[in-house]
Design a protein around this ligand. Structure first.
Ligand code: CTP
Ligand code: ZN
Length: 145
């Protein structure tokens, strides 16, 4: 499928197939006044299928959260029809208030107003641990979206 090139804006590329719509909703792109495109199940050389989101304006995105959702994403910044910057994403070292600790005995479960903080403990396995109780969380399932 061919989707027009954009003149200025962002192309969020190499999104794991199936995750594009969740990112689209997370960025609230259904509510914006500018042109956006969600392209799903595009054949990809290295991973079978991928999703792509094209946004016709340079939106301010939290790249740390986007990297947590899918570290294989590349964000292309387009100016005057040319890709002027490619931002490779990665799993962030720390995530705050994105996922919640599931341990009922964790201080974040028993007390309110304590930030939910996880740190990356194994990048290859995408494993995070709660800083208070060490409860494990595996990234890349995106159920918090
Ligand atoms: N793109 C776009 N509008 C432009 C320029 C690029 O929509 N004016 C899109 C392309 O369709 C592609 C992405 O931005 O989906 C990245 O473009 P480019 O860097 O030219 O492609 P590749 O070299 O294939 O990128 P990569 O190596 O990251 O896969
Ligand atoms: Zn915990």
């Amino acid at each position: 499928m061919n989707v027009q090139k954009i003149t200025n804006g962002l192309v969020i590329d190499h999104i794991r197939a199936g995750t594009g719509i969740r990112i689209f909703n997370w960025l609230k792109l259904d509510k914006v006044p500018f042109s956006v495109a969600l392209i799903m199940n595009v054949p990809s050389l290295n991973r079978g299928k991928k999703d792509i989101i094209k946004i016709s304006t340079v939106l301010d995105i939290d790249y740390s959260i986007l990297g947590f959702i899918d570290p294989s994403i590349t964000v292309n910044v387009v100016e005057d029809e040319h890709v002027v910057r490619k931002i490779g994403l990665a799993l962030p070292e720390k995530v705050e208030n994105i996922i919640k600790c599931r341990n009922p005995r964790c201080i974040t479960s028993t007390e309110t107003n304590i930030p939910h903080v996880f740190t990356l403990i194994d990048r290859k396995r995408a494993e995070y641990a709660c800083i208070y109780c060490d409860e494990m969380y595996r990234a890349g399932i995106g159920e918090f979206l």
